[in-house]
Design a protein around this ligand. Structure first.
Ligand code: DC
Length: 230
């Protein structure tokens, strides 16, 4: 069912923001599955923009060209797979070098603006779980449940290392820890939509939580709101 521009704001959204490799993606996916809702992996859009810039020979500092590429992205999300111009790039966008370039294009205001409506269009009934850096602050500021998912840098580096190795990419813990710290610093300090908890977000530290515990913590927040008729 399509929702008109006037009533899409009644569709509930759970936002899950936080630093790189805090477990947002996995938790968001499981929460979406549990509720039967759609899921927005907004980081994938920044990664796709970085990949499309690289393919087009556009520097991640060239704001106007990168924004044009972001606005014109030919993307399809289907059954957990991602396609760019019809070619599957699900694994290619997970490379660490693309993550670093995604963080670079994400500092550009015109790129963020170009991706804004594309992200909001994911808000369809019965609900949306949106994962990223600015879901609760900029993209869906009226979301009824906002989570800021954090974890200490060592837990995050270990998770990212395992993810990369599982996907067949080379990974080194010391390099990854340095990359994560640099990306976090860039994501937190940029002028446009920096990584920050929304004032009404609930912070969950997943360093010592299983995925299931983190998922249940988010679902508990939603049932608390749901009981109020959201
Ligand atoms: O979540 P991720 O690692 O796939 O995101 C890749 C980069 O994209 C991240 O370093 C910052 C950027 N990003 C962003 O600026 N805003 C978002 N909502 C999501 C990701």
């Amino acid at each position: 069912m399509m929702v008109s521009m006037t009533d899409y704001k009644t569709v509930p959204v759970i936002t899950i923001d936080g630093p790189t490799a805090s477990g947002k993606g996995t938790v968001a996916q499981r929460v979406a599955q549990a509720l039967g809702w759609a899921m927005l992996d907004s980081g994938a859009l920044y990664r796709l923009t970085a990949l499309a810039c690289r393919d087009a020979g556009v520097a991640t500092t060239d704001e106007q060209s990168a924004a044009r590429i972001a606005a014109g992205l030919d993307v399809r999300f289907e059954d957990g797979k991602v396609f760019l111009k019809g070619t599957e790039v699900s694994d290619a966008i997970r490379a660490e070098s693309i993550g670093v370039q995604a963080s670079q294009v994400a500092t550009l205001g015109a790129v963020r603006q170009a991706l804004l409506e594309r992200q909001r269009a994911f808000r369809q009934p019965p609900g949306l779980v949106a994962d990223g850096r600015d879901m609760g602050t900029v993209v869906f500021p009226e979301a009824p449940v906002k989570v800021f998912l954090v974890a200490d840098v060592h837990a995050r580096a270990q998770r990212r290392c395992k993810q990369l190795i599982d996907k067949g990419f080379p990974a080194n813990l010391a390099d990854l820890t340095r990359d994560l710290e640099e990306r976090d610093a860039r994501d937190r300090s940029r002028a446009h939509a920096p990584l920050v908890a929304a004032p009404d977000a609930v912070t969950i530290d997943s360093s010592n939580l299983s995925i299931e515990e983190a998922v249940n913590a988010v679902l508990d927040l939603w049932s608390g709101k749901g009981a109020q008729g959201a």
